[in-house]
Ligand binder design. Structure first.
Ligand code: SF4
Length: 156
């Protein structure tokens, strides 16, 4: 198998070096669910390039934008995963990620049919790591949003 950006390659110490992050901080990000490293059969955590990009993104929010980890987690939770995936109405109605505002979609307990058996680590939503500190450019590429007021005005 040819490794790609989602292939789990790096143990904790190497991931910490590559992202210029302390091992303590890395563990904290994992415990909070900001990143989801691969777990081997022996429960060893391995990190991919996508994980490293996401760690770099977290560092940027912390060091340059002055957010704390709780704020970053809340930001990740605002990503409209159902539009990126995309999910059907039935999927949304049966998925906590559609209404959850405090946890990224990969952390919710009850996932819709579209996501129940998916590996979040290779999903397009988790792989948005390169753009995760530029949510505005992410929204620009999504289908046009309809605001409730605009809909009301049209029906008047
Ligand atoms: S597969 Fe996981 S990361 Fe992708 S949209 Fe579903 S819950 Fe989120």
């Amino acid at each position: 198998m040819i490794p790609d950006s989602t292939t789990p390659l790096f143990p904790l110490r190497v991931a910490a070096e590559l992202s210029n992050t302390s091992i303590y901080s890395l563990r904290q990000y994992v415990d909070l669910g900001l990143i989801i490293p691969y777990r081997s059969a022996t429960n060893r955590r391995l990190y991919s390039q996508v994980d490293i990009q996401r760690i770099n993104c977290i560092r940027k929010y912390l060091d340059e934008y002055g957010l704390n980890v709780a704020g970053i987690k809340t930001l990740f939770a605002q990503v409209p995963c159902w539009l990126i995936r995309p999910c059907s109405e039935n999927d949304r109605n049966n998925c906590d990620a559609y209404s959850e505002i405090a946890e990224p979609c990969w952390n919710v307990t009850v996932k819709g049919p579209e996501c129940q058996n998916s590996d979040c680590r290779v999903c397009d939503v988790y792989r948005l790591s390169e753009k995760c500190n530029d949510l505005k450019s992410l929204f620009k590429n999504l289908p046009e949003l309809k605001l409730p007021d605009a809909e009301n005005q049209q029906s008047e």
